[in-house]
Design a protein around this ligand. Sequence first.
Ligand SMILES: Nc1ncnc2c1ncn2[C@@H]1O[C@H](COP(=O)(O)OP(=O)(O)OP(=O)(O)O)[C@@H](O)[C@H]1O
Ligand SMILES: [Mg+2]
Length: 266
Amino acid sequence: MTGPSATGLSIEGLGHADRLRGAHLTARPGETVGLIGPNGSGKTTLLRCVYGTLPATSGRILLDGTDLARLAPRDRARRVATVPQDPDPDPDLTVRELVALGRSPHKRFWEGDTAEDLARADAALDRVGLGGLADRLCPTLSGGERRRALVARALVQGPELLVLDEPTNHLDIRHQLDVLALVRTLGTTSLLALHDLNLAAAFCDRIYVLEAGRVVTGGTPAEVLTPALISAVYGVDAEVAPHPRTGVPTVLYLPSPVPGQKTSTM
Ligand SMILES: Nc1ncnc2c1ncn2[C@@H]1O[C@H](COP(=O)(O)OP(=O)(O)OP(=O)(O)O)[C@@H](O)[C@H]1O
Ligand SMILES: [Mg+2]
């Protein structure tokens, strides 16, 4: 195949009722692509359509040229892993067993965990800094530990595409930085919703901005994260300057609201 949809992720005119209105975006193989936008702008809706827990009502999602809607759920789960914004209630499993569930799409449904599955789970738990908690029951985890366990589960799934909805939610700053650095170093194409614009600038190759169900702009962090964009989309006055040590665009917020709040659509 040729063309932009032949490799990586290509989302074309993706819609879901009035919550997502024809979103277009791409992620090249290995790219880390961020989704930002206010509460209710459609980030989770878009990510759930990509992962397949919500049906798209228009458009298509191509991964390496394959329309994900044409795949059986199990085949889709082999190729796409998720860390959801609102995970299901904790199952009564050990943390190791929860993480090993990431291998399920690669096995027949009656197959239990093999020694290799459990070893992969342990390795993933080490990578997210939870090695010491493998034998604990899931309901005993803190919010941040639970989030990191879900990242570990996505890792053992060995996907072509990682879909992460606010993966830094509940994490302390050390683990926010570690989880996002881990996502980048995996080299797996990743699409992640983030609220922290500075983390998005530091860890994403490119960023798309959602507003009221539409992708209003996209580009590199330096292209997207301008005071004008932040004012238009969030109604917040901000300065953006290169980080003194890394050069990454860094957002400094001003406490007073912009008069009239949100004024325009980019
Ligand atoms: N089950 C549902 N039924 C009806 N509307 C819904 C449902 N779930 C979400 N919505 C609405 O769809 C819109 C988009 O929601 P979505 O969860 O995708 O936003 P989001 O960008 O992820 O927001 P947040 O930053 O708060 O996570 C919102 O207006 C929300 O109220
Ligand atoms: Mg959301």
